[in-house]
Write a protein that binds this ligand. Structure first.
Ligand code: ZN
Length: 227
């Protein structure tokens, strides 16, 4: 989870208040000499918090060049419309092709049945795409949690950004949240795609950074879930 000054990746922490309780998620910042890229955007109304967290990393909002959305859930796309507006529309939005009508506000979000405030997807992503940013980011289509879900593999740091395809706690990789995952069988097949990857670090949106026993935990999760 580092890199030279010119190329890097860092898991961020957004500590939000929801119904009086704490709600913590982990977007990821990736960068190279030209690009500053944010993966996922918290719940609605977090523009100030996100801007502050980015500022701490030396990235004023105006420098943010791209936002990659892992899937349509509210806690991932929530502050996307505000971020796009705050950058004057200069930030480019990337998402899987299956996510496009949901982000555009054309189809109701699958979990809330509400239409999202419309955001245009500038770059449509597909499985296997290699994005030439931050030294190379591979798109892995990982449906199941939702049908539009992607994970990202950052090649230089051997970091997997799982979105909600997996969770973790205290650095221990855990299965996807079954209560919020729409299609368990498909979700499990998606997790199996992670096994062949060479992984030094995994970042789960809920739970954060894992660096220990990654291969072992993946095997256990796949075995346990199919048992
Ligand atoms: Zn989530």
């Amino acid at each position: 989870m580092s890199g030279s000054a010119s190329i890097g990746i860092k898991a961020l922490t957004l500590n939000m208040k929801v119904d009086g309780g704490e709600f913590v998620v982990h977007p990821v910042l990736l960068w190279d000499e030209q690009e500053r890229i944010l993966v996922d955007t918290g719940i609605p109304g977090q523009l100030e918090l996100i801007a502050g967290v980015l500022e701490q990393e030396g990235v004023p909002l105006g420098k943010l060049s791209r936002i990659i959305i892992t899937h349509q859930d509210r806690d991932h796309i929530g502050s996307l419309p505000e971020l796009v507006k705050a950058t004057g529309g200069s930030v480019q939005v990337l998402a899987h092709e299956e996510a496009v009508p949901y982000l555009a506000g054309e189809l109701p979000l699958l979990k809330s049945q509400q239409l999202a405030p419309p955001v245009r997807v500038d770059t449509v992503l597909r499985d296997g795409d290699l994005l030439p940013y931050a030294g190379g980011i591979r798109v892995i289509f990982t449906p199941g949690h939702t049908p539009d879900h992607i994970s990202l593999y950052h090649l230089p740091s051997k970091t997997l950004i799982t979105g909600d395809a997996l969770t973790s706690r205290d650095g221990v990789l855990l299965p996807f949240d079954s209560g919020f995952t729409l299609d368990h069988k498909t979700a499990l097949a998606s997790v199996a795609q992670f096994e062949p990857l060479e992984l030094d670090t995994v970042v789960t949106y809920h739970g954060g950074v894992c660096t220990e026993r990654i291969d072992e935990r993946l095997r256990e999760i796949l075995a346990g879930a199919s048992a």
